[in-house]
Ligand binder design. Structure first.
Ligand SMILES: *[C@@H]1O[C@H](CO)[C@@H](O)[C@H](O)[C@H]1NC(C)=O
Ligand SMILES: *[C@@H]1O[C@H](CO)[C@@H](O)[C@H](O)[C@H]1NC(C)=O
Ligand SMILES: *[C@@H]1O[C@H](CO)[C@@H](O)[C@H](O)[C@H]1NC(C)=O
Length: 187
């Protein structure tokens, strides 16, 4: 409850900050805009965003660590937008990764898409990537954007995700119970 309230506030702050263009003035190196990442807790949104835009050595999830964030639900194999805004120019590949075992260990993050050299220009980098086909439907499903630039900096953003065929279990439960009541009407 508290977590979703906090992440709601932070999301609002993130969107608001982006809209009024503060990020450009305060951010150091770049920030992931989509999928919406975890962000550290803090009352000053400008400062939070400035902090997470910096390079980090905090593996696996950067400064945000285990902080709350929204849960984004995807369908297996769906094409999703990745958007990363850069205020520096460096080489090095950007990777999309997925952990099915939470965000405690770096080794649990496996690359499912290499976005190639994504940092050669300033401004918005966008790409559509395919979500893995295997479902993942629990608290341990974490998607990560990782950029290791060519001057030794690491950028790490974790997003809480679910990958599942049906939007929620209520939907499939409802379908089952409708089927059951049809059957019981027949009998
Ligand atoms: C994106 O990056 C550009 C170029 O560095 C910067 O001018 C702009 O303010 C940034 N915008 C956002 C929304 O981060
Ligand atoms: C941002 O980072 C600075 C320097 O490490 C720290 O003092 C400050 O508390 C951080 N602010 C937030 C909101 O995380
Ligand atoms: C938030 O942090 C920024 C950057 O450190 C600072 O300029 C601004 O005054 C702070 N805002 C508030 C309300 O504390």
């Amino acid at each position: 409850m508290v977590q979703s309230k906090i992440s709601g506030v932070i999301n609002f702050v993130l969107i608001f900050t982006l809209l009024i263009g503060l990020v450009g003035r305060v951010s150091a190196h770049g920030i992931l805009l989509s999928p919406i990442p975890r962000l550290p807790y803090g009352h000053n949104g400008t400062e939070v965003i400035a902090n997470v835009s910096n390079p980090t050595k905090e593996f696996p999830c950067g400064l945000a660590g285990d902080s709350p964030g929204p849960v984004t639900i995807y369908k297996p194999g769906e094409k999703i937008l990745v958007a990363y805004n850069r205020t520096i120019t460096h080489g090095g590949d950007c990777l999309m990764q997925m952990s099915r075992y939470g965000s405690k260990y770096d080794k649990d993050f496996k690359t499912f898409e290499n976005l190639g050299t994504c940092g050669m220009e300033k401004g918005l980098f966008t790409a559509f990537v395919m979500v893995p086909h295997e479902e993942c439907d629990n608290d341990d499903c974490v998607m990560r954007f990782r950029w290791d630039d060519n001057v030794g900096n690491n950028y790490l953003y974790c997003a809480n995700v679910r990958i599942k065929k049906y939007a929620d279990c209520w939907e499939s439960k409802k379908r089952r119970s409708i089927g059951a009541s049809r059957r019981s009407l027949k009998n």
